[in-house]
Design a binder for this molecule. Structure first.
Ligand code: GLU
Length: 509
């Protein structure tokens, strides 16, 4: 690629960014960085009726949480600003006029009521999908059917009008999509899209093409839902005499069962977030959950998202953002939709939790400890994290076993019933003696002492371990007792054995 790669993520601030949108941004970013290019953020806010306050900030925060940093955007403009279409609105009209002058567009004066009437009539005549196109335009009020004088008079009179694309009759429009290959559409299937609205604001189609051109965009990577618009865009590039960027339309993210696009309602229904961050709807005050607030790590989330549609061609699944940049290619993005898998999202989080150091986990766990009023030293908590991280998917899961921080006050009834035998107190007392004799209370030393104790007495594991575990942790199961005991320390373990023995013996008597 000789030209510097420049891509853009061009969301409309009409609400929170769905994870599908985040993935589009991510793929754009990975593609740009892989090729040493630029990633731009452009806010497409020409449709003021759909503007939602807070949505742009939400988009910016979501990208920043994911570590997707635009090289140019509203916050850090480059040479192609402004990066909000509403701030560029004076720029588009000249291109619509150029198209009119060159015979590729025309003024249309039909009022909304007139258009509504035609649609109604078409419906009655069993042609419900009426379109303003090569055929129907001849029966409408536009600069192709009215006289030049009439058109001028209407414009001078201030009559409202829109500017429409004049789609050609029976031409083949071809585009080579980097993911789908050749897409060929006959222009008869394309309607005369509005380019400029009556309020002199451009529509998405015109603004998008003009901006992609002025911003030197080389590759348009966007969701599959925009594929039907692409032929119109190809025509616009051609008519404006501009080089067309390469297109790549990304497959949809599907519902977990594969039936249709993943929607906001699926998240609510199936209990997982579909948004990167929590979103409070400014109108309805409805709150939608976010990955960040649900305790997901941004790096794990990004890794999971990258794999919804892309894979490295082998069975590796864990990729940092840097690794994704170095390996990402559009050739490895599939055509088929990618089924969202909430369990996989959790799995990724678990992997990323495990990969963090005990010290890092300790810091992340600290606010939860404080919220619960649990006092625990840094060193001790780190060691607990080291043991618990194999069993946790999320940070607070590491608090599931309270016995690390508090001596048990109750003892698992089932274990008492099934495993607490008449000779258990005696056996545990003897074990206590051996444990007391260990000077360096390390996991290894405890392990060796415990095994020797079994051997010397001819005991099976099941004869000693459940009682020991019950007294120290209150539970019937858990991680290695030698590891737990070592973390708790000798004094605490002996104390717990004594207290537990007294409580259980009292229960039994
Ligand atoms: N504004 C469009 C959107 O909201 C952009 C589509 C495109 O990337 O061309 O997704």
């Amino acid at each position: 690629m000789s030209q510097k790669v420049r891509v853009r993520f061009a969301p409309s601030p009409t609400g929170p960014l769905h994870i599908g949108g985040v993935r589009t941004a991510l793929y754009n970013y990975l593609f740009a960085k892989h090729h040493g290019g630029d990633f731009l953020l452009r806010i497409e806010d020409t449709d003021q009726t759909r503007f939602v306050p807070g949505a742009e900030e939400y988009i910016q925060q979501s990208l920043s949480w994911c570590g997707i940093t635009p090289d140019e955007g509203p916050q850090n403009p480059g040479n192609c600003g402004p990066y909000r279409q509403s701030e560029r609105k004076d720029l588009y009209y000249q291109y619509a006029e150029q198209l009119i002058n060159d015979g590729y567009a025309y003024y249309a004066f039909d009022t909304p009521e007139e258009l509504e009437n035609v649609r109604e009539m078409a419906k009655k005549m069993k042609a419900p999908n009426w379109q303003y196109n090569q055929i129907t335009r001849t029966g409408m009020k536009n600069s192709l059917t009215l006289t030049k004088e009439e058109v001028e008079a209407r414009i001078n009179n201030g009559d409202p009008y829109v500017i429409r694309l004049k789609a050609p009759r029976n031409e083949e429009i071809r585009l080579n999509d980097l993911i789908r290959g050749w897409v060929v559409v006959n222009s008869n299937n394309i309607d005369d899209k509005v380019l400029m609205k009556a309020d002199k604001m451009p529509t998405y189609h015109l603004a998008n093409i003009v901006d992609d051109h002025l911003m030197d965009i080389t590759h348009v990577i966007r969701g599959e839902e925009w594929l039907p618009s692409a032929p119109t865009h190809v025509l616009l590039y051609q008519y404006l005499g501009w080089n067309q960027p390469d297109f790549a339309h990304l497959p949809l993210i599907l519902k977990p069962d594969g039936n249709g696009k993943l929607s906001k309602r699926d998240g609510d229904r199936l209990g997982f977030p579909v948004f990167p961050l929590e979103w409070k709807d400014p109108k309805t005050h409805e709150v939608s959950s976010g990955y960040r607030e649900s305790g997901y790590f941004a790096d794990g989330f990004v890794n999971m998202l990258a794999f919804l549609g892309w894979n490295p061609g082998d069975d590796r699944e864990i990729f940092s953002l840097e690794e994704l940049i170095s390996e990402f290619s559009l050739e490895r993005v599939g055509k088929a939709g990618a089924k969202f898998d909430a369990d996989k999202a959790k799995w990724y989080n678990q992997q990323y939790l495990r990969s963090r150091s005990n010290e890092e986990l300790e810091e992340l766990l600290r606010p939860y400890l404080e919220a619960e009023g649990i006092q625990s030293s840094k060193g001790f908590t780190s060691r607990v994290c080291g043991l618990m991280k194999e069993r946790a998917s999320f940070i607070p899961d590491m608090l599931n076993d309270r016995f690390y921080f508090e001596a048990p006050t109750s003892y698992d009834e089932k274990t008492v019933r099934k495993k607490w035998k008449e000779d258990t107190p005696e056996i545990v007392k003897n074990l206590r003696g051996k444990l007391e004799g260990i000077s360096d209370f390390s996991e290894e030393n405890i392990d060796v002492t415990f095994k020797k104790f079994l051997e010397d007495n001819g005991y099976g594991f099941g004869k000693v371990m459940p009682g020991f575990r019950l007294l120290v942790t209150g539970k019937g199961m858990g991680p290695s007792m030698s590891a737990i005991a070592s973390i708790l320390g000798k004094e605490e373990v002996l104390k717990r054995i004594d207290t537990g023995l007294a409580v259980i013996e009292q229960l039994a008597s």
